[in-house]
Design a protein around this ligand. Structure first.
Ligand code: ADP
Ligand code: F6P
Length: 324
């Protein structure tokens, strides 16, 4: 692996997340301040294998800190999951003089970074996913914006749900993780939250809870359903049949991945992007940047990918207690 880093590549990979642009901007400008050359790699590992690589300067990242999405665009790339694809990617980096690559993405993208490192290219990962499901870190770029977007949308559904005295099931993203659902459950004051980590599929208990809360004088019944549970539309039909209460399903979908990043996402993405450049220039490789208890740190990718993370038991208990 390179001892001295002269040229840094940067790519975004996996699902996009608001704040990725702030991270790209930080990488480019921190690297330039340190006298390094920066190459933007478009469309993640797919763009690397297609050699979609162009030099970036400080002006390449003007006017992007406030924008959702990623100016480098993102893609999923099957070829890069093969040893031949990974070697080709590393050879292309060497051909373009790239000594180190900063990968902004989720767990899958970090597995790619691990393979690039094994093929002789220094790598640092920056956690970017709305799902918050990267075990080694308390913060991932985009979660704060996504959860605020979902919360605003759910407030709107709540208005109409109350007016019509309906039960509303709102499905939020998160792949196999329930972080967005749990946060919305508490922040929106939902009556039920169905999390992949906790829901036992006891639908009768759910139905009983809806009937009971109606008896207690509740005018609506909000159920936040995590994507990992899914099937919101069919669940709505079954609940309506079992309770006699009009029930509607709303699947929030991709709106949660877009939009202007919150102050927190802009701030943290900027710090993480700069930190990634700093440790890459210090000669570190195969690392992920993380944040715990308000402090930045970096950790070996192999170690980080072996860690587990789940929604907090206490937060889940509170969401249940406060919904009565
Ligand atoms: P995320 O980074 O958000 O978890 P994915 O799991 O889709 O998203 O991974 C993004 C990309 O990372 C994949 O399309 C693939 O190119 C690369 N990748 C994923 N897993 C591996 C792996 N085991 N080895 C090499 N590359 C991988
Ligand atoms: O990882 C972010 C995410 O939005 C998940 O919440 C969701 O399951 C997935 O990406 C959807 O991915 P795609 O863009 O491939 O539909």
């Amino acid at each position: 692996m390179a001892n001295e880093i002269n040229t840094i590549g940067v790519l975004t990979s996996g699902g996009d997340a608001p704040g990725m642009n702030a991270a790209i901007r930080a990488v480019v400008r921190e690297a330039i301040i340190k006298g390094k050359k920066v190459m933007g790699i478009k469309r993640g590992y797919a763009g690397l294998l297609q050699e979609e690589i162009t030099e970036m300067n400080a002006r390449s990242v003007s006017d992007i800190i406030q924008r959702g999405g990623t100016i480098l665009q993102t893609a999923r790339c099957q070829e890069f999951t093969t040893p031949a694809g990974q070697k080709k990617g590393a050879d292309i980096c060497r051909k373009h003089g790239i000594d180190g690559v900063i990968v902004i993405g989720g767990d899958g993208s970090f597995r790619g970074a691990q393979k690039l490192a094994a093929n002789g290219i220094n790598t640092v990962g920056v956690p970017g996913t709305i799902d918050l499901d990267i075990a080694c870190t308390d913060y991932t770029i985009g979660f704060d914006t996504a959860v605020n977007t979902a919360m605003d949308a759910i407030d709107k559904v709540r208005d109409t749900s109350t007016s019509h005295e309906r039960c509303s099931i709102i499905e939020v993203m998160g792949r196999g993780a329930g972080f967005i659902a749990l946060w919305c459950g508490i922040a929106n004051g939902a009556e039920n939250v169905l999390l992949p980590e906790k829901y036992d599929y006891d639908e009768q208990a759910l139905v009983n809870n809806i009937i009971e809360s109606r008896k207690q004088g509740k005018q609506h019944h909000l159920i936040i359903n995590a994507e990992g549970i899914g099937h919101s539309t069919s669940l709505a039909k079954r609940i309506e049949a079992a309770t006699g209460i009009e029930t509607r399903a709303t699947i929030l979908g991709y709106m949660q991945r877009g939009g202007s990043p919150t102050a927190r996402d802009r701030m943290q993405a900027s710090i993480m992007g700069a930190y990634a450049v700093d440790i890459l220039c210090d000669g570190k490789s195969n690392r992920i940047v993380g944040e715990k208890n308000g402090r930045m740190f970096d950790i070996d990718i192999d170690e980080a990918l072996a860690m587990d993370k789940s929604v907090g038991d206490y937060e889940y208990l509170v969401s249940c207690n406060l919904s009565k």
